[in-house]
Design a protein around this ligand. Structure first.
Ligand code: NAD
Length: 513
């Protein structure tokens, strides 16, 4: 085990990673559980060996969660909120270590690792307030001396399937809201980033224990996609919240839909920034470069396309090319570097194949890509961020390549720019850079961006937790995090109470005996 990892685990009081869960739920206890070695994309070192859950383990976890739900739902929501507040406090205490672990295991820059933990803290704070605001509506009954209202009840078990690129934040967006709503959670993290998940489970479970809450409210199952498939098909799991590729989302949606369960899908994006001739080009540059190279282009909200007005196209291209020369690539734990590695060597292969496809379709690379070699890049996961001039209709441009490849597309009119922006199967994040009110408002209007997120003078990448987060079309339609996203974690019930001495029927229907 690497030194960084043992220090962090020591700080988090995790003595044995394969026992960290024993303070929560019992995945990996089957004697036939397979063991998977986990390697850091940062330096290629083996981080740990983690037991993978079997179907038997999964079942045991579901049973423990189902049992815990019966008690957890009886605890008043503000008291559940108090426990989430304490989890937020523990995340504050452990921010540095957890952020470092995120950075080392996943490969994003240390600043982004800390940022991800901060996002968890923010959603805890949000959920604490929410725990006193799970409001229903009251409405006037058409019948005399009747009262009508709506209330929200917890759903039960919420299954959370998460992706490698936000190994901890996505879980917290789901779990903190689900917990204050009275649900229990089973988390199946990405098999590529199990250690951060074990650390989070450990932190949460320590708080639950200190509050004498029985095991099963917070559950973790480390496993491959087969565990996700079990969850998607499991009628004991009323809601499956799945974050990952569109391919995965289609499979989960079909399985959950076939049993008429609920799914919340957060899938791939193909995000564009429109840069008009009225844009502040310096501001646009920061938004574009951070959006394209941050997390090595492995954010669902990463900027993949720049749609640039013909009058500023050449000038902006030159600025981009110059900026790309300044980008420092290397160990993400070294804060001088802007960009770390891709998640693994398979991701490098996909990146290289996408470059080839783009060239074959006619793409003109103004900043060349390629794999980086040498001692500093010995994990084999480091690549160069690159820029290509393309047409929006190229197959490769229509596809989300999870890597730092930025496409440049030229436009003449704002209407054309919006059409190009919307002209992809995905609908997650979008942005316009302009100081012109008409352009900005057109972009935000019903005739504008078709994405779940539409920003003005901000890039596509990153979002605050206060708004509902998610996207349309192949991004899946789900909404997580802030605003009223909590409603998906609860079931709605309409109640009508008759306090009169007769039984009038709705719509004035007569029925006398
Ligand atoms: P992935 O789809 O390969 O895996 C995501 C998770 O789904 C993993 O835990 C995996 O084990 C599980 N899984 C895979 N196939 C499954 C199946 N058939 N049934 C059930 N579970 C299954 O994605 P990834 O490579 O880890 O992550 C990258 C993708 O995630 C990108 O497409 C990115 O845009 C997307 N993403 C979207 C958001 C969002 O909020 N919209 C956020 C983060 C990542």
């Amino acid at each position: 085990m690497s030194l960084i990892i043992s220090d962090i685990l020591h700080h988090l009081h995790i003595n044995n990673i394969n026992e960290a869960f024993s303070t929560g739920s019992n995945w990996g206890s089957s004697p036939d559980a397979a063991v998977k070695d986990i390697f850091s994309p940062t330096d290629g070192k083996k981080i740990a060996s983690v037991k993978m859950a079997t179907a038997t383990d999964y079942n045991a976890v579901v049973e423990s969660a189902a049992k815990a739900f019966k008690t957890w739902r009886t605890i008043p929501a503000p008291k559940r909120g108090e426990i989430v507040r304490q989890i937020g406090e523990q995340l504050r205490v452990n921010k540095k270590e957890l952020g470092t672990l995120v950075s080392y295991e996943m490969g994003k820059s240390l600043q982004e690792g800390y940022g991800e933990v901060q996002e968890m803290i923010d959603i805890c704070d949000f959920a604490v307030g929410l725990s006193r605001q799970l409001y229903g509506l009251t409405m006037h009954s058409e019948r005399p001396e009747h009262r009508m209202y709506e209330q929200y009840h917890p759903l039960g078990i919420v299954g959370v399937i998460s992706a490698f690129n936000f190994p901890v934040a996505v879980w917290s967006w789901n779990a903190m809201l689900a917990w204050v709503c009275g649900d229990v959670c089973i988390w199946k993290p990405s098999e590529k980033t199990p250690l951060t998940a074990i650390a989070c489970q450990h932190i949460a479970q320590t708080v639950f224990k200190a509050n004498n809450i029985e095991d099963g409210v917070s559950c973790l199952v480390i496993g491959d996609r087969e565990i996700g498939e079990l969850m998607a098909n499991d009628t004991r799991v009323p809601l499956v919240s799945a974050t990952g590729s569109t391919r995965m989302g289609k499979a989960v949606s079909a399985a959950v839909g076939a049993r008429l369960g609920k799914s919340l899908l957060e899938l791939g994006g193909n995000n564009a920034i429109i840069i008009t001739e009225n844009a502040d080009l310096d501001m646009s540059l920061i938004g574009a470069v951070f959006g394209a190279v941050g997390t090595a282009g492995q954010r669902c909200t990463s900027t993949r396309r720049l749609i640039i007005h013909e009058h500023v196209y050449e000038a902006f291209k030159q600025k981009l090319v110059n900026a790309y020369q300044q980008i420092k690539i290397g160990d993400p734990l070294n804060e001088n570097n802007h960009m770390g590695p891709l998640i693994d060597q398979d991701a490098v292969t996909l990146y290289l194949a996408s470059i080839e496809k783009c060239k074959a379709e006619g793409g003109n690379f103004v900043v060349e890509g390629g794999k980086l070699d040498g001692d500093a890049y010995s994990s084999g996961c480091y690549v160069k961020p690159c820029i290509a001039e393309v047409e929006n209709h190229y197959q490769i441009v229509q596809h989300e390549t999870f890597a730092p490849i930025l496409y440049l597309i030229k436009f003449k009119t704002i209407e054309e720019a919006i059409e190009l922006q919307n002209g992809v199967p995905q609908g997650l994040s979008s942005a316009i850079m302009t100081q012109n009110l008409r352009e900005a408002e057109t972009f935000l209007s019903y005739a504008g961006s078709d994405c779940g997120i539409a920003n003005v003078n901000i890039g596509t990448s990153g979002a605050e937790i206060g708004g509902a987060f998610g996207g349309e079309k192949e991004t899946g339609g789900g909404r997580e995090s802030g605003s009223d996203a909590w409603k998906v974690y609860m079931r709605r019930q309409t109640n009508t109470i008759n306090y009169s001495k007769t039984l009038p029927l709705a719509q004035g229907i007569k029925f006398d005996l």
